[in-house]
Structures are given as C-alpha cells and as structure tokens.
Design a protein around this ligand. Sequence first.
Ligand code: ADP
Length: 308
Amino acid sequence: MAFRFRTPASVLLRRAQLTLMLATLVPTVLMLAVGIVMLAVGGGSFNVVAGALTLAFCTTSLTGYILGSIFVSRGASLARVQNDFVSTVSHELRTPLTSIRMFIETLQADRIEDPVERRKCLDLLQQEVGRLEGLVDRVIELSRIETGRRAFEEKPVQLDDVVRDAVAAYEASTLTEPAPVEVQLDESVTVIGDRSALGLALTNLLLNAWKYSDPTDRKISLKVSASDREAEIVVKDNGIGIPWDEQRMIFEQFERGRAAVDSRRSGTGLGLAIVRAVMNAHRGRVELRSRVGQGAEFRLRLKRERTP
Ligand code: ADP
C-alpha cells in the first residue's frame, strides 16, 4: 500500500471541514427532526410556533454551513494553486539550468576548437542565462503582486506617459527585429494608478503582439480612447491569433497556447498573468478578442479619473 504525502495546509483544511460539519451539520439535522416532529404532532399553538422557529433556525444554520464549506474549499484550492506554483517554477527553472550546465561542460572540456563555434556556444549560453533571468524576474514580480507585497501607487497617471514608457521598453527588447507600433492617442486621458505597473502590463501585450506575429509582416497598433467614465487601451496585431478554447486559460500562470509551444516561440506563460494581476490591482479589466489566423486584440479597461 502506498502512502500519499498530504501537505500541512491540506491537513488543516480537512480538519476545518470536519469541524464545520460536526459543529453545525449534526446539531442542525437533529434540530430539524425535532422541529418536524413538533409541527407534525401539533396540538397547540406553542408547538406550532416552536416548530416553525426551529425550522427557521435550521435553515439559517444550513445556509451558514453551505457558505462556510464554500469558503473552506476555496481556501483548499488556493493552497493547491500555491503548491502547483512552486512545483511549476522549479520545473521551469530546471530547463535553462540544464542547458547552461551542458554548455559550460562543453566549454570546460575544450571540445570546441573552432573559435566561431565557441562564440556560438557562448552566445547560446548568454541566451539561456537571459531566459533564466527573465523567468526569475517575472516570477518575483508576479508573486509580489499576488501576495500583496507589491505596493501600487495611487496617483493620477497620464496614459500618454504609460504608452511612451511601454513603447520605449518594447523597442529596446525588439532591437533584433524592429517592428513599429502604430500609436493613436485621441486625447489626454488620466487614470488613477501606478505608472510603472501599467507600463509593464502594456509592454507585455506589445511584446506578445510582436512575438506571435509573422516577422515579415507585423502590424501592431495601440489605441487609447476614453468615455466619460472609462479609459481603454487596445493593443492589436495581425498574428497567429488564439483559439477560443484557450482564451481563458492563457491568463493563468505558466499556461501557454498550443501554437506558441508548437512553434517553439520562447516564453514562460507569465506575461498575461502579470497583465491580469496588474489590472485587478487597478480594479480594471483585461479583455481579449481573437480568432485563429486573424490576429489578437487585447483591451485594457480602467476607471477614468474625473477632471473637476
Ligand atoms: P508567453 O508569451 O511567455 O508564453 P503569456 O502569458 O504572455 O506567456 O501568454 C500566454 C499565451 O497566450 C502564449 O503562450 C500564447 O499562446 C498566447 N498569446 C498571448 N498573446 C498573444 C498574441 N498577441 N497572439 C497570439 N497568442 C498570444
């Protein structure tokens, strides 16, 4: 017989579920029986009133039990997500580390004599180190946001500035294959929030638009618009698009689309999770419209700062 290790969190939650059941469900069922008997026996207004009150009390405590169970099981699934997160991060770190070790061993053993090949090997080593660095940075950023350790500023922010920051970061990261972003800013729009976090979210969207588009024909646009109450930033591309059955899950940590994985485009599956976390922190929303082969349109919606 095999033992399955149960994490301390899941043991505690199991106990909480059991306690909840014993403390509420058992007495409630007993009282329910008493209430029904009192009503069935009848024989005087006292019995009827007491029976009805007992039944009302039972209904309330059953509702409490159901709500309590929902909260406890939500807690359980959160603990599971945290465990999954740790194991996925460790797994994701393994891959570049294994390549780095392989390249170092090859160089140490002096197996490559040709200086050009040696250079190539060093370049690949640098690429893997960069990948590792990017992964660690994103994991740290996401976990700081999700654990509430990342304090977001709540200041008036001009979306022009956010766009300027994001386009500059995008251009710096795509120097090898530059593709212009067509920017359309109708008017000066102000929101309340954190300039650097909003810039990071927008940069992630722009870099995805670049990464998932055909290198020979990239069309990336960014549009800022606003109504009385809301501001919107739309990032649109003419890339590979996203099938509808993946459109929810790609916002989860470490989730990547099939096409992204099959085409061997590098990525960690954390970019959109960061976008969603930043938007949640700003009480905003991120929406996606896309069809396979017809590009993608990501829409960031934020509450607009009212000008007096
Ligand atoms: P990564 O790009 O590192 O894989 P993200 O969280 O940024 O991670 O994106 C998750 C997945 O969403 C990607 O793997 C890809 O399948 C899909 N995706 C995101 N943006 C686009 C886009 N503009 N066009 C097509 N697919 C996209």
